[in-house]
Design a protein around this ligand. Sequence first.
Ligand code: PAF
Length: 287
Amino acid sequence: MALERIAAIPALRERIRDARHQGLAVGCVPTMGALHSGHTALLDRARSECDVLVATLFVNPLQFDRKDDLRTYPRDMETDLRECARHGVDILFAPTAEDMYPREPVTTVEIEGLASGLCGASRPGHFRGVATVVLKLLNIVQPDFACFGEKDYQQLAIVRRLVEDTDLPVRIVGVETVREPDGLALSSRNALLSPAERAAAPAIYKALRSARRAIGAGQADAASILAKARDALRREPLIRLDYLEIVDPESLAPVCRITGPVRIAAAAFLGATRLIDNVSADPPEGR
Ligand code: PAF
């Protein structure tokens, strides 16, 4: 099937209705474009489980807490169309801001608790914007399932809870983070790094990995594990740490004593570019 590009919501709905009438399974990968191998891993995963693959491409103004971040967010429609075609996307739903928000929305989705820590603490309103647009996109596309990357772990946890709380009939599939050979998690924002910042950036994953190793070796005191990992990052002159935390994988609440599976998550600025990453960690068996 050739890639079809649709901007208008009614046209997309009609196309999906046709697919449903034929009994076809619809998969969805929501994106903000500037597609890289992290996104194409999501497309490949979704492609393998559905008949009609819809990718959405919308740089959602509602989720940007900084105007300059929205302005400089990488955009590359030509590459995105090529990658969508190459990875078997049937429909690219790429609405304009007017298509998505013809009026200033007075209905938004507020996520309590889950959205208040980690990235939520330093990006006020970000997850309100994410949850609102994801709910809209899932309502518009009405897929059987939708894929989200584990790199945005807090977003994934929030989307899972949003779907549960609002009884949306969609399965949320989390897909493992794709990394550069030096460990840096793929992100559209990596393109904004200077060569020196790019060289420093893998230190984030290195710090996460050393914390994971400590947990795997049986260290249980989160504060001392975090202190070491934060110190390692503070020694990198080009990195300004936003947070590095050990949290419960579901509630995202900070964990003090590690007795079960946890998520270690970090965010850091390199110049004006903010990068995030996370890993899972398990204490030794029998703890
Ligand atoms: O992860 C993203 O690219 C965005 O936050 C999403 C889920 C497409 C919502 O705008």
